[in-house]
Ligand binder design. Structure first.
Ligand code: DX5
Ligand code: ZN
Length: 223
């Protein structure tokens, strides 16, 4: 048995009180700070970049899980790694040929953990060449771009498929993260399918009592 880790997405936090919100999620038992970097090209939204990651790295006592929704990860990875990303997560859809392997190498060479994200329509087979060496796979359960969307039903099947692929290559340490529309209502089937890390944006920061909401999702996941 492995307890589930919650990675609150600070995209839904109060940007004017980011420090306060980070302390709140740490005290409530969050495992990671999920940082949604969007470039306005890979996704229609534009959020935060290197300077914010740098400040967060100084402030946070739990690892930064940096989700790079950007068109040119190979160009920008060095900056995010230098800024202090503990986990750097690149999207498979923008890495062609041997670029995915190069991205994983670049992340590991910097001493960070390497993650690859899959959009809802991207098949897990694209991970074949790298899954044995990955630290984490992020399964998107909404189209990337915005918080507050509804969970795409059946996303847990991709979680199970990734778990199976990891087992087949003997990568028992691989973490599977699910991102998008995760709430108390979806936790149980995700953990049953093999999810280890759950991103929560609106389910935590949109709640009346965010700390209690985080604890409730975690408790459901651990049950
Ligand atoms: C979507 C982002 C998510 C999002 C999660 O593109 O990657 O991390 O902020 O927010 P909720 O949990 O509200 O779907
Ligand atoms: Zn995300």
């Amino acid at each position: 048995f492995q307890p589930v880790a919650i990675a609150p997405s600070i995209l839904s936090a109060d940007f004017m009180n980011l420090g306060r919100d980070i302390r709140m999620i740490e005290q409530a038992g969050a495992g990671y700070v999920h940082v949604d970097v969007m470039d306005g090209h890979f996704v229609p939204n534009l959020t935060m970049g290197v300077p914010v990651v740098k400040q967060l790295a100084k402030l946070a006592n739990i690892p930064l899980d940096v989700h790079l929704m950007i068109d040119n990860p190979l160009d920008e990875l060095p900056w995010f790694l230098e800024a202090g990303a503990d986990i750097a997560c690149v999207h498979a859809e923008v890495l062609y040929g041997d670029e995915l392997r190069r991205a994983v190498d670049m992340i590991h060479d910097a001493g960070a953990k390497a993650a690859v994200a899959l959009k809802p329509h991207t098949p897990p087979e694209v991970l074949e060449e790298v899954i044995a060496r990955l630290d984490m796979v992020l399964v998107m359960s909404v189209e990337p771009g915005f918080s507050g969307q509804s969970y795409i039903e059946g996303s847990e099947e991709k979680v199970a498929a990734v778990a199976e692929m990891a087992r087949a290559v003997g990568n028992d340490a691989l973490l599977i993260e699910v991102d998008g529309g995760v709430s108390e209502a979806t936790v149980e089937r995700l953990t049953a399918a093999g999810a280890d890390v759950l991103v929560c944006g609106s389910a935590v920061f949109g709640a009346q009592d965010p700390a209690a909401a985080l604890a409730a999702v975690k408790e459901k996941g651990d049950a």
